[in-house]
Ligand binder design. Structure first.
Ligand code: BG6
Length: 478
């Protein structure tokens, strides 16, 4: 057995990190537009107005807004079957709570989807990817407010109806489980508590976060039901930032700590969206943070009847969990954790672990038994443009090759049902965590620096030609 014949090879992006044109075509500002750039060591700042002298990289991003036709052609040349893109909510509803959608924004995505189809590429659309309309944060404190359920459902109804015949695959919320962590308060939930400015060290309120997540679960479930009514052929997925965690040692205390971290970080959200109910350990999580969930009449019925058709996730790294204070926070990855002595890390400290992807695929398929899709994976790295314009990114090819080999084993040897693979940032884009352009993931290089200087012209890296070959051979020629 090999990858299935209709395996969805492609790449992934998000509007706020890729489009630019942040205030064009009637678009309102989103939360991402309020964030400055940072670095690996200097956190991004969240500002409530645009401050003189600061750089807001999502404003220009990769300028897809003006270059979508060229980008679609490049993806077509690589042989993409699918392109993961998000719709920028504030391009459709500039304030989020408007009653009437912005026609210019709707027409923009019409054009993008048409261009993709001309290249034989199926769009996979994330409905909400870290780009809540800023007004919803300012006025309602984001998803802390139940009002957002209705605004989201109105937005879904608008885009499901408009793109009924152009889009088949949808994801309701990007990395919804980030809401289980303080960092996800602003990023995924649009909650901005008084005093927060430093993106990595937000003023946290777990009660608001878990309540916000509950609102997102209900909104997602209602969207799934609506989608199937509007077009029964639609396939709707959840999207989880899968945090592969290993016990650092066989000390049972490490094993239990690791299990609880997995429950809270990964399965709390996945179980609701796939199984349609809160998991058995949910009360333990709420008790840990003193959370009292407000569940309205009908919410649990919504959750039960709006389960997803497939499970998608991002996978970049793994982490080790130790109860030994000397090891517990030795910088295993973005979220802290213990350093795993068996793994190497990227320039940004993310531990590279292809076997962890095979393990993850088996974990997930064993638990849920629905089709899976890896919708983000990749290596953020500095690239060098040679004098002749070439970009020799063998490090990126190595990373991706190892992860595709791991997926292959999961499919061929272990029998996992995997639908597709869309590596992150297939055309260079702005980093979500640091706001840098210099942290590059793409097969296609974008000539822009961290401050937005450059021509924004596109060029093919070595990995472009390699990935084209991978797709042509359906993953056989690696
Ligand atoms: C995922 C997000 O967490 O990781 C993307 O869905 C993000 O938006 C990606 O860009 C890579 O992270 P970073 O911080 O390197 O951009």
């Amino acid at each position: 057995m090999s990858f299935p014949k209709n395996f969805l090879w492609g790449g992934a992006t998000a509007a706020n990190q890729f489009e630019g044109g942040w205030n064009l075509g009637g678009k309102g500002p989103s939360d991402a537009d309020m964030m400055t750039n940072g670095t690996h060591t200097t956190p991004r700042q969240i500002t409530r107005t645009w401050e003189e002298g600061l750089c807001y990289p999502n404003h220009f991003a990769s300028d897809f807004y003006h270059r979508h036709a060229e980008d679609a052609a490049l993806m077509g040349e690589m042989g993409f079957k699918v392109f993961r893109i998000s719709i920028n909510w504030s391009r459709i509803f500039p304030n989020g709570d408007d009653l009437v959608p912005n026609e210019e924004g709707l027409a923009f995505y019409d054009q993008v989807f048409d261009e993709l189809h001309e290249q034989g590429i199926e769009p996979l659309v994330t409905i909400s990817h870290y780009e809540l309309p800023w007004h919803l944060t300012e006025k309602y404190n984001g998803w802390a407010s139940r009002d957002l359920i209705d605004f989201y459902v109105r937005y879904c109804e608008t885009i499901f109806t408009r793109y009924r015949d152009k889009v088949k695959y949808w994801l309701t919320f990007n990395e919804i489980n980030c809401g289980t962590m303080p960092l996800g308060g602003y990023l995924g939930l649009g909650i901005l508590n008084e005093g927060t400015r430093d993106f990595l060290n937000q003023v946290d309120d777990p009660q608001l976060r878990f309540q916000g997540l509950h609102h997102q679960f209900v909104a997602s479930a209602r969207a799934v039901k609506l989608a199937h009514q509007i077009n029964p052929d639609f396939k709707i997925g959840c999207m989880i930032a899968y945090m592969a965690n290993y016990p650092y040692s066989c000390n049972p205390a490490d094993v239990i700590a690791c299990q609880q971290k997995m429950d809270e970080g990964n399965y709390y959200c996945g179980d609701v969206q796939v199984r349609g109910e809160y998991p058995h350990f949910a009360q333990r999580v709420w008790d840990k943070y003193g959370v009292k969930l407000d569940v309205a009449e009908g919410d649990l019925e919504d959750l039960a009847s709006g389960t997803v058709d497939f499970y998608s996730f991002s996978y970049y790294m793994s982490n080790a969990v130790s109860t030994d204070p000397a090891l517990a926070s030795t910088g295993g990855n973005l979220m802290g954790g213990a350093k795993n002595p068996y793994l190497k890390a990227s320039d940004w400290g993310w531990q590279i672990d292809p076997d962890g992807l095979r393990w993850t695929l088996n974990e997930l398929y064993g638990r849920y038994r629905i089709p899976l899709m890896v919708v983000e994976n990749g290596l953020g790295a500095f690239d060098t443009v040679e004098d002749d314009g070439a970009i020799h990114d063998s490090y990126r090819i190595d990373y991706l090759r190892m992860h595709i080999e791991a997926m292959k084993k999961a499919v061929e040897v272990d029998g996992v049902d995997l639908m597709g693979y869309t590596p992150w940032g297939c055309i260079d884009l702005v980093s979500a965590s640091t706001g840098e352009m210099g942290k590059r993931y793409g097969f296609v290089y974008v000539d822009a620096d961290d401050e937005g200087n450059g021509t924004f012209d596109r060029s093919r890296k070595d990995s472009f030609f390699w990935y084209k070959k991978v797709i042509e051979s359906n993953g056989e020629d690696l």
